[in-house]
Each structure stands twice: as C-alpha cells, then as structure tokens.
Design a protein around this ligand. Sequence first.
Ligand code: ATR
Length: 252
Amino acid sequence: GRALLAGVIGDPIAHSLSPAIHEYWLKSYSIDGSYVPLHVKGPRFADTIEELRSLGFRGCNVTLPHKERAFALADWRDPAAEATGAVNTLVFSEEGIKGYNTDVFGFSENLKATLDPIDNYIDSCLVLGAGGAARGIIYALQLLGARQIFLSNRTHEKALKLAHELQSLEGDASSISCVPWEEKETVLKSVSLLINTTQLGMVGQPPLEISLNSLPKTAAVTDIVYKPLKTGLLEAGEVRGARVADGLGMLL
Ligand code: ATR
C-alpha cells in the first residue's frame, strides 16, 4: 500500500511516451511506484480524478483534450497555468488539487539547452498556430524576452483573439502582430526563430507547407511535433543552414 501511484490521462493515450519515461526514472531511482496510461473520454474526466484520489494516487499528468478541464478542476494553480488557462500536471495534496503547467517550462528549457545562447534567437519569432500549445509557447517566449512575436494561424480570428489576450498579460514587453496564414512567408526574412505549434507534419497529418527561402541562415527552427523526430520543417531548416531544435526535449 505504499507504492506511489501516478499516470497520464488523455484521449487518445496509446501514443504517449510518458509511461515509458516515468517508469524509467522510477526504476533508475529505485522508487517503489507505478505510472500508468489512462484512456479517459471528456465527460468522464472529473469522476476519474475523484476515483484516482480515493485510490491513493499522488497525482497525474494531463494531455489532450483535458488540459482546460484540469485547469477548471484545480483548487490552486501555478503562474504558468494561470497565464495559459491550461494545466498538464495535477498533484493531489491534503490542501486540495494543485494544478501546474510544465509545458511552458519544458519549451523554454529545451530551447535554452538546444539553441545556446538563446539570446541570439529570441529577438523576433514567428509562431505558427493559435491553439492551446501556442498559448503556452507565446507566454514562454515573452518570459524569455522576445521583442517581436509574429503569430500566424489558418483561422485568423483565433490568432487575433490570442494576441489580444496574451498582449495584456505581459504589457508592452513584446509586441504580437498577427499575419494572415497565406502571408506567413513574407515575414520570414526578419525572423530569428520559427516555431510550429500545429500538428501539421505529424505522422498521419498533412505536411506543413512553407518555403524557408527567405529565412536568415542565422535563424533557428523548432517544432513541437516529435513523431517523426525530424519533421519536414526541421529538415527544411537544416537544408537552409538554420539551427534546429526538435520537440522531444519539451516533453522530457
Ligand atoms: P493544441 O492544443 O495542440 O495547440 P489545438 O488547440 O486543436 O491543439 O490547435 C491546433 C492548431 O493547429 C490550430 O492553430 C489549428 O488551426 P485552426 O485554429 O485554424 O484550427 C492548426 N491546424 C490544424 N490543422 C491545420 C491545417 N490543416 N492547416 C493549418 N493549420 C492547422
């Protein structure tokens, strides 16, 4: 009855690498515990959390499509969760359920480790996509000190809405400009970091179609997709001579 229990909740969940990663660490540090994948549909999320708490789970990770539900359920949230409206880690404590967003930390630590020195790349960023992942990533870029953030999304209105919400968070620290999806290549020449936050390029999804011909060779390219590890976008970035950072580091 002392084994530490935790897991990851999502729908789908079979693709998740989190159980393998956590089981590795449990074993490496000789921790008596287990970390399991939990396939849970949307309407069952809140009940499942209650069940896990009553079974003695210490907490769980939360992935698509439950990050906003986890946010709503938490009694306390860390600043990154408050800023992004998304929670990917729930800790069950005596004071209640604590909600954390480690995506923001994961994204920026991976960039700092891979694109060293990060100050060379952070000045002017182009973010593709305006979904839940983009929200955390733009917030991370603001914290890293980005001066100019271009935001381009297939549905332009979503980009405008996200820019408006995030602009007011960090005041004038970084300016966010929305670029229509069809015109995203026109800003590439003044970009030091290009980030794909959409699922385009993932196994089973359409490719991300963008020409990097005008991207400066001194720029860097990163992708949150990690299946395949080297996406079409990262391959194109390498051909262009840019530095690249893959998406696995953020997950780790
Ligand atoms: P996540 O939480 O992973 O960001 P999401 O909130 O569903 O997931 O966001 C997915 C992002 O990928 C969105 O920016 C979406 O664009 P729309 O807002 O127009 O839906 C983008 N996306 C998905 N499929 C796309 C496609 N075929 N072409 C261009 N963008 C796409």
